[in-house]
Design a protein around this ligand. Sequence first.
Ligand code: PLP
Length: 370
Amino acid sequence: MLSERVINFESFEVMDILAKCEEMERRGEDVIHLEIGEPDFDTPKPIVDACLNALKDGKTHYTDSLGIYDLREKISEEYKGEYGVDVSPNNIIITGGSSLGLFFAISSIIDKGDKVLIQNPSYPCYRNIIKFCGGVPVYCNFEDIESYISKRTKAVIINSPSNPLGEVISREIFEEIYENIPYVISDEIYSGLIYEGKHISAIEFDENLEKTIVVNGFSKLYAMTGWRIGYVISNKEIINAILKLQQNLFIAPTTFVQYGALKVFDEDVKKARDEMIKEFDRRRRLVLKYVKSFGWEVNNPIGAYYVFPNIGMDGREFSTKLLEEKKVATVPGIAFGSAGKNHIRISYANSYEKIKEGMERIEEFIENNF
Ligand code: PLP
């Protein structure tokens, strides 16, 4: 008999869809992937080479459970350069992707019955992890966040730029959040992927990290999804709590992967990163052009790599039928919260050509069915 904890744990639908597509591909079907938030680019070569060299040099033993000092020091310099804040390397812990960072962050502060505000719509794993830790996810509209706060509100999870909306949080909303909520978990995994304006980090509102837990990583910005490396920044009390979790559950992050990640901060890698950002922006414009031509209502996504149109009908039915008939994979908006019921999420992390073909297939699908 399984534990209630796992029986009640929902799967992460995007990965279920990916698995279904892979099965279709094994049968020889030509699927266009607009579902997964994973760059089609290869990881920049200097990162790969550094990892291979680390393996050859015998960097195959455990590291400090916090992660190697040099990597934490580089991250600290990055936050100083980008946001002008001093973060000690001792306030940083390296984790197995930002996913694990999220799990650590939520489990370190959430007790049974604690409420955690999340945006409607938002990344599905937030609500799943909150529930797994005994907390209560409360979907809310950030424009009106004060009206959702109660005595049991322990934290808010923000994600700017956000998945699935591609929107950023304004300074005014940050200020309101910081005034009223005990803890802020800021998922900054899309922080560099911004096409209009400049990214604001939660850390700018709380330089002493009294109530902030930043979760970040290298997956999205450096095409490193398969490397499983991320990090958490917070005050010493929270980092020590997370350290205990890491020691018991993982011992330490993967050693040679950490040495590869050290190269993320090199100038030539930053150049490669900037080229990827330029290309994402081109793809964003392409998807928006099609979406608007279909007459779908859409916001202005300025970051991450998702477009989340309101398609004017049930998103799950549409997306299921689209995959069956036209072999184009998208994600039903409802997976991200009730506000997404009539939406689908289109990821533009795939190549320009594949996206174009996918959008043309969607156009035909609409013409044939509606
Ligand atoms: N946070 C958000 C909002 C995401 O969209 C994702 C992945 O899609 C993650 C976290 C997980 O990323 P990682 O590969 O760093 O675990």
